[in-house]
Design a protein around this ligand. Structure first.
Ligand code: GLN
Length: 544
């Protein structure tokens, strides 16, 4: 069996330091050395999963093939390492407590007083230990910031785990911030010192520090951190801001991160890693040969993380076409004043992403109409497909009252609640008034594409599997009415019951998909739909 080594990544000083990206980039570097990796995230919040959390607060919900709604950091891991994320790569305090309390009810603790230590910590350790043997390196990122009350059981669990397996098999990396104080004209090391002290008070001595800073960290500062934090100078690694996230593996390597990680484990590596694929991606990001402007008509537009995978998939489409993709975000409500052209003329593509609830939907429908009428490439994802179908029903098929039951009772439910569907031959059922959490059609489902359709040409195959996250579905009772007006349902579930893809056959590029292709796109393996959409936008940019 593989000897698995465990790397624990904690964060200090402030949140949003990019621990997730750092973990993903380290995973990519270890892969470039020929090792296998698995990356997981331990989230201290109480929600059982992020499925019911607002994208405004927590960013996007990332969905895995096996149908788990997880933290968006799993998206970074998958984008950087190419290893498909699994539900078992993410755990929250909510899940840990649920499991412990279920065991308590079953009497599995044999009368013991159930406590944070050892019962909660054992449950966390079991989550980590379960990954033993699955890869050469298991990277475990601990969410939150050292010092948070919620993090304590996690820190205690990884401390114990580190002790159990020994320093040959466990390494602690701490990510901190060196803030620049203009009045002093220098980067400050004190918050880092305090954060490491806090970590050490929990019995964890980090052996590598990743120091985020917005400028060069000079030698004096580096030595000072090394001295006060009890860390080798070469293991105080500068992690400076970069223009593109895809530079992170290269910059960490240049600062010696992967070398030091291997040294900590006593692994000597004479050969440097093969980073050509990252060099190529970064070159394409920095030296594009053109630019396309894409409008995103959404709802959660003031938090960049709410459309994380989508933004990245569009960047990947740009990489594949050698162009920069400029994104213009619109709260779709703004279109409802009627002057869509004011906002959208001059864009080369319009994308309506996934979404929930009625606010802004009329604006999305107007954006789809604008794209359809003006021949502008339109890409509807999940909700964006549903809105495009409602638009076509109203304005092409003359079904004026077309709507979705998501927004209440509706005379013409062109989009309706899905209460049953097949998963691998088994019927899944939902009650009309069921829980909101974990009750969607979630995860990977196969779809069959019509021969000769645009979508089949884009994928280069007629059998695909994509990830879903939705409760509502285009109602096939309206199929004929729509298909007679140029809307083609060119992809369905294998039994033909559920519409997966719609195309407007009278338009240069007008596609809606019921799934989330953005979740599977990678910089080195861009999703074909995004490659094709950006190519169509490029074509459009040459026309206007
Ligand atoms: N709200 C829609 C549904 O539940 C779309 C969901 C989404 O876009 N992810 O079907």
């Amino acid at each position: 069996m593989t000897t698995t080594r465990f790397i624990f990544i904690t964060g200090g000083v402030v949140s949003s330091l990019g621990k997730g990206l750092g973990s993903a980039a380290l995973g990519a570097l270890l892969q470039a050395r020929g090792y296998t990796v698995r990356t997981c995230k331990l989230d201290p919040y109480l929600n059982v999963d992020p499925g019911t959390m607002s994208p405004f607060q927590h960013g996007e919900v990332y969905v895995t093939d096996d149908g788990a709604e997880t933290d968006l950091d799993l998206g970074h891991y998958e984008r950087f390492t190419g290893v498909p994320a699994r539900g078992s790569d993410n755990v929250t305090t909510g899940q840990i407590y649920t499991s412990v309390l279920q065991k308590e009810r079953k009497g599995e603790y044999l009368g013991a007083t159930v406590q944070v230590i050892p019962h909660i910590t054992d449950e966390i350790k079991a989550f980590i230990a379960e990954k033993d043997g699955s890869a050469d390196f298991v990277l475990c990122e601990i969410g939150g910031t050292v010092g948070d009350i919620e993090s304590l059981p996690f820190l205690e669990a990884i401390r114990q785990f580190g002790n159990d397996v020994g320093t040959e098999r466990a390494l602690f990396i701490h990510v901190t911030l060196l803030p620049y104080i203009p009045a002093a004209g220098e980067l400050k090391t004190k918050p880092t010192q305090h954060s490491v002290k806090e970590l050490m008070s929990h019995g964890i001595q980090p052996r590598i520090l990743l120091c985020r800073a917005d400028r060069e960290i000079d030698e004096d500062e580096r030595r000072k951190i090394a001295l006060f934090c009890n860390i080798d100078r070469d293991r105080v690694i500068p992690a400076l801001d970069v223009k593109s996230i895809y530079e992170v593996p290269l910059t960490y390597h240049a600062e010696g991160l992967d070398d030091q990680v291997l040294k900590c484990f006593g692994l000597s590596e004479p050969a440097p890693p093969d980073l050509r694929k990252w060099d190529d991606i970064v070159k394409r990001v920095h030296e594009p040969e053109g630019e396309v402007r894409i409008a995103i008509a959404g709802k959660y537009t003031n938090l960049a993380d709410s459309y994380k995978s989508l933004n990245e998939a569009l960047v990947h489409g740009g990489i594949a076409n050698n162009v920069r993709v400029k994104l213009k975000f619109f709260e779709s409500e703004v279109f409802e004043s009627g002057d869509v052209a004011h906002y959208l003329s001059g864009v080369h593509g319009i994308l309506v992403p996934g979404g929930f609830g009625s606010r802004g939907t009329e604006g999305k429908i107007l954006a789809a109409k604008f794209a359809r009428e003006r021949g502008i490439p339109y890409f509807g994802i999940c909700f964006g497909m549903q809105m495009a179908v409602i638009e076509a029903a109203r304005h092409l098929a003359g079904i004026e009252k077309a709507g979705s039951t998501e927004f209440g009772a509706c005379a013409e439910p062109v989009v309706g609640l899905m209460t049953e569907w097949l998963r691998g031959g088994r019927r899944e059922e939902r009650a009309q008034d069921g829980d909101l959490g974990g009750t969607m059609r979630l995860g990977a489902y196969p779809a069959v594409l019509a021969e000769g359709s645009k979508i089949a040409e884009i994928y280069g195959t007629t059998e695909i599997s994509e990830r879903h996250r939705h409760r509502y579905e285009v109602n096939f009772a309206y199929r004929d009415a729509l298909e007679s007006k140029g809307i083609r349902f060119s992809g369905t579930s294998p039994d033909g019951a559920l519409p997966e893809i719609m195309e407007n056959v009278n338009h240069p590029w007008f596609i809606g998909v019921q799934y989330h292709p953005e979740l599977k796109s990678k910089p080195f393996d861009p999703h074909p739909l995004f490659v094709s959409f950006i190519a169509a936008a490029l074509e459009q940019s040459r026309l206007v």
